[in-house]
Design a protein around this ligand. Structure first.
Ligand SMILES: Cc1cc2nc3c(=O)[nH]c(=O)nc-3n(C[C@H](O)[C@H](O)[C@H](O)COP(=O)(O)OP(=O)(O)OC[C@H]3O[C@@H](n4cnc5c(N)ncnc54)[C@H](O)[C@@H]3O)c2cc1C
Length: 285
């Protein structure tokens, strides 16, 4: 492992200066559950590691602000699971967080780190996409808001500019009822990255957002605004046909060790139908 400088700034301005000084060779550190592994295996060789946990302006809160539920950069999976609003109104996100690693991992792993790592298999990504999340990024030039669908590029790559940090992740607060579900498929029980992930969020107004991951270089969001998926009278065959249209962007890697493309696509269809059925039950209950 190559040596690096470790910095733990207290103030955001200092953190941004450290990020800028390193000229692209600095890496933010939150829980370290991805970063440390990648530094150890040599796939990332930062000159400086900037620990964001001490930054006073970065919160660990989950709070409502101007119609958005704001999740601070230091919020962990365990924090999400403990929050009543997340469990009640963003159920698929709570379900996704509950799948991440083990208790020890969830106590350290942040939501921000999960999306910044940009793994196509990241468990929280489909739920966040289905809930229309956006990312608040901050850099030396100021703040900007990035819709999550514009944030992911491919594994390990996002549209964050060099030197920018994620300050928060926000989801709109919707007044109406919603049924949401997270589903995942793994090779085996216990710790394993997902072979397929999927989230469905079905809104009272008949719009259903379906998002899926681990079946291509980045997680995908597809929207059914025909009302068909939300319609309890629509039969399974009609739902399957509509899901097939929404799954058009699925393009699993043929070289992955975890599952064949055929298996992933077949599972996506099965999981999609079940998730729609469960989301309908949840919105009706
Ligand atoms: C045993 C094990 C099991 C796991 N199981 C799962 C699983 O089932 N599902 C799953 O989705 N993940 C899983 N993970 C992956 C991991 O726990 C998550 O991706 C975690 O959420 C990353 O968050 P972190 O705080 O640890 O980030 P870190 O490791 O600190 O950082 C991850 C990346 O994000 C960047 N980063 C962190 N914070 C910021 C910020 N504020 N602004 C900009 N960039 C930032 C870092 O530079 C790095 O590139 C597992 C990991 C382990 C070790």
């Amino acid at each position: 492992m190559r040596t690096f400088d470790y910095e733990r700034p207290d103030m955001l301005a200092d953190a941004l200066a450290l990020m800028a000084d390193a000229d692209g060779a600095a890496r933010p550190l939150a829980g370290g559950t991805d970063l440390i592994i990648r530094i150890r295996d040599g796939s990332i060789r930062p000159r400086t590691v900037v620990d964001v946990k001490g930054i006073a302006e970065f919160s660990r809160d989950i709070r409502i602000e101007d119609g958005w539920l704001r999740i601070g950069a230091r919020t962990t999976m365990t924090d999400l699971l403990r929050d009543d609003r997340i469990r009640r109104d963003y159920t698929a996100l709570a379900e996704a967080a509950a799948y991440v690693g083990s208790v020890q991992i969830r106590n350290r792993a942040t939501l921000a780190g999960n999306i910044c790592n940009a793994s196509p298999a990241a468990d929280t990504a489909p739920a966040l996409l289905a809930f229309e999340a956006r990312v608040v990024a901050v850099g030396q030039r100021g703040r900007r808001v990035i819709p999550l669908d514009d944030f992911f590029v491919r594994s390990g790559v996002t549209t964050l500019a060099p030197g920018e940090l994620v300050e928060a992740i926000e989801m709109p607060v919707r007044p109406g009822r919603r049924g949401s579900v997270h589903a995942r498929r793994t090779r085996r029980r216990g710790h394993d990255l997902a072979s397929v992930t999927l989230a469905v969020a079905l809104d009272e107004d008949g719009v259903t957002r379906v998002s899926y991951g681990s079946v291509g270089p980045r997680p995908v969001l597809a929207i059914d605004d025909t009302g068909l998926l939300a319609d309890p009278a629509a039969g399974d065959d009609a739902v399957r046909d509509r899901l097939d249209e929404l799954f058009a962007a699925a393009a699993p890697s043929p070289t992955s060790m975890r599952a064949s493309p055929e298996y992933r696509l077949a599972m996506l269809r099965v999981m999609g139908l079940r998730a729609v059925q469960d989301a309908r039950k949840r919105i009706a209950s």
